[in-house]
Design a protein around this ligand. Structure first.
Ligand SMILES: Nc1ncnc2c1ncn2[C@@H]1O[C@H](COP(=O)(O)OP(=O)(O)OP(=O)(O)O)[C@@H](O)[C@H]1O
Ligand SMILES: [Mg+2]
Length: 275
């Protein structure tokens, strides 16, 4: 059976769905539970957040402002320079620059630049996996529909759509995907697309439980028909939000309700992708 590339991009058309937290905790799961060399790429070029989560202690590598994913895509630095160690075993980070630099970067790029960026992204993927000994690449994508987010969706053989259960948001996502998914799936035969419900409220009574099931169940069917596979429903976990107010926040392996979900998603992707 043909294997797909061990790369996962999270994405969502709306902000704040939980892409970053799920990406970081997935990457941590591969690195800590499986002991796989895993890199997480901060592809949220206009609003990066992974420095705060993963580089709270100094790293061994030079922290040059030009050693970022954006600079790599632009051809001004090499893959070896942008792969940073984190304080966690087996977990590496590729950063984005500060938002003002990222925004400036994106503001004047033509279509051709994005085509070249996608090619460079594919080369980066090959170099990370074949030359630098990386086993898994997790890409934390930018919210919304843009050249940047679509490029990163195309780059990974596995995508994970992070959905918050709110009608208007899911509607827009569905319309966008209807056009995109068949194109992406036609390009790479081994491609796998998944979705996860995140921040799902806990029903307080039977009526709410039925309503939630009806709402999510209907959307499940729509996404499945489109070729996007369900994973799980992660509840809204208060302690996740509260911990994020603290200093070293972001990895939630100690929060059972959240981390069990992460583990199930990872296993589902591994199983379905024959990886
Ligand atoms: N399962 C959850 N339980 C409780 N809170 C959550 C959960 N998932 C995410 N959150 C909350 O949602 C907020 C947004 O999460 P996160 O930053 O991961 O989303 P995002 O999709 O990456 O956002 P952006 O589009 O801005 O990049 C977090 O600050 C956290 O408080
Ligand atoms: Mg984010």
């Amino acid at each position: 059976m043909v294997k797909n590339t061990p790369t996962i991009t999270t994405y969502s058309t709306r902000g704040g769905s939980g892409k970053t937290l799920i990406s970081v905790n997935l990457a941590y799961w591969f690195a800590s539970k499986l002991g796989k060399k895993t890199v997480i790429v901060d592809a949220d070029i206009e609003a990066p957040s992974l420095d705060r989560i993963l580089l709270s202690k100094p790293t061994k590598k030079d922290f040059s402002p030009e050693h970022t994913w954006v600079h790599y895509l632009d051809g001004v630095t090499d893959i070896e320079n942008i792969l940073l160690e984190t304080e966690y075993d087996n977990l590496y980070l590729i950063r984005s620059p500060p938002p003002e630099i990222g925004k400036r970067f994106l503001s004047n790029k033509r279509q051709e630049w994005w085509a070249t960026a996608l090619k460079r992204g594919i080369i980066a993927q090959q170099e990370l996996l074949n030359k630098l000994g990386i086993d898994w690449i997790i890409i934390d994508n930018q919210s919304g529909i843009s050249m940047n987010s679509v490029n990163h969706m195309a780059l990974a053989d596995n995508s994970l759509l992070v959905l918050r259960p709110a009608n208007y948001g899911v509607d827009a996502t569905f319309e966008f995907l209807r056009e995109m998914i068949s194109i992406l799936q036609a390009t790479v035969q081994t491609r796998q697309d998944f979705f996860v419900w995140n921040q799902v409220p806990q029903p307080q009574n039977n009526y709410e439980e039925k309503l939630l099931d009806k709402f999510l169940g209907e959307w499940d069917d729509f996404f499945i028909k489109m070729g996007v596979k369900p994973t799980i429903r992660i509840p809204y976990v208060h302690s996740v939000s509260i911990e994020l107010l603290g200093k070293n926040a972001g990895i939630f392996s100690h929060i059972k309700e959240f981390y069990e979900g992460i583990e199930l998603i990872a296993k589902k992707i591994i199983d379905s992708s024959n990886l």
